[in-house]
Design a protein around this ligand. Structure first.
Ligand SMILES: Nc1ncnc2c1ncn2[C@@H]1O[C@H](COP(=O)(O)OP(=O)(O)O)[C@@H](O)[C@H]1O
Ligand SMILES: [Mg+2]
Length: 316
């Protein structure tokens, strides 16, 4: 029996060596339930290898992984029941309609007939394929084909979805719709683990990420946690002054938590090494000298800049 608090994915010292190459080198991470977790890294980083191990399709050289507490090596059938896996390349069988295709896979899961019909109807509604039931699968657009494949991975009602580069090759509209679908799955309580080598695909929807390069895990956690680790406690503020001021630099330098200060006309930029709760000292000091400002922006690193500072920048 699994506890609700157990991470839905646990990876410990996972290593995969092929003949000449170590594709995955002793990586460890957890993924909690109910989140969208991005697995990000350039081509060749080891994402597909890791995912195939999680899906119980590849046996690791050493280390281990557990899906909802089930061991991927010793309990592969249990693992496959608990997750839906969408590979990076999905071919669809020619000559079947969308309805026939889903019926076929529902049968393959050996669901009882009533559950089978309900499950097919549910995934059709969720993926919005209702208008295409009679369409032959090989004429579907890439975006619709992707939806169909996702529908297929959902048929046995897994709590966890593992999607390998699901958005690659989708046009911008299909990509946005796909993100909407993933958010909907999270709302339904599913956990989504998905890989990508393109950061902008994931940054807006991921609750947490693991970043991998050359088989090594570089960072892992919520985007905020990774930011904190990377930059320590320093954040940058940009302030727009109402009028140019020559005193402002010296005023700021009197405050110990202020790092470098840059003033260009009415734009003031400074680093802050203190706690967020103490930033009012800066505003107070400016107000005391009657220096008015019209705007304040706290600079947040986005996922792209984080990634660039972590990796050698091979990613788009
Ligand atoms: N079956 C295999 N035999 C030998 N090398 C492999 C095999 N599968 C993957 N690799 C190598 O392992 C590395 C990681 O590959 P992969 O996991 O597919 O990366 P990603 O999905 O991040 O692009 C690559 O250098 C790849 O060439
Ligand atoms: Mg891959």
């Amino acid at each position: 029996m699994s506890l609700v608090s157990t991470p839905i994915i646990q990876v410990r010292d996972l290593t995969m060596r092929f003949a000449k190459k170590e594709a995955v080198s002793a990586i460890s991470f957890d993924v909690p339930r109910g989140v969208i977790h991005g697995f990000i890294g350039p081509n060749g980083a080891g994402k597909t290898t890791t995912i195939r191990i999680l899906a119980s399709l590849l046996v690791p050289t050493s280390g281990g992984a557990w899906i909802d507490g089930a061991n991927v090596v010793t309990e592969p059938e249990e693992v496959r029941r608990r997750l839906g896996y969408m590979p990076d390349y999905v071919g669809v069988y020619e000559g079947l309609s969308v309805q026939e295709y889903l019926d076929f896979f529902a049968l393959a899961h050996r669901l009882a007939p009533a559950r089978r019909r309900a499950s097919v109807a549910d995934v059709i509604e969720l993926t919005d394929l209702g208008n295409l039931l009679e369409t032959e699968v090989h004429v579907l657009s890439k975006g619709m084909r992707q939806r169909l494949c996702l529908a297929q991975t959902l048929l046995h009602e897994p709590d966890l979805l593992i999607l390998d580069e699901p958005a690659s090759g989708l046009d911008p509209r299909a990509r946005i719709e796909f993100r909407g679908l993933l958010t909907e799955l999270r709302r339904l309580g599913k956990t989504v683990f998905l890989s990508s080598h393109i950061l902008s695909e994931l940054s807006s929807i991921c609750d947490s990420v693991s970043i991998i390069e050359k088989g090594v895990l570089l960072a892992d956690g919520s985007i905020e946690e990774i930011q904190m680790r990377l930059r320590g406690a320093t954040v940058a503020y940009e302030v727009t002054l109402l009028e140019e001021s020559t005193e402002v630099e010296s005023i700021l330098r009197e405050i110990p938590q202020v790092g470098s200060v840059l003033l260009e006309g009415r734009k003031l930029r400074f680093d802050w090494d203190g706690e967020d709760a103490l930033i009012h000292q800066v505003w107070g000091a400016l107000a005391a000298r009657k220096i008015a400002f019209t705007g304040v922006r706290r600079e947040e690193d986005d996922l792209e800049s984080l990634f660039m500072s972590l990796t050698s920048g091979e990613v788009q």
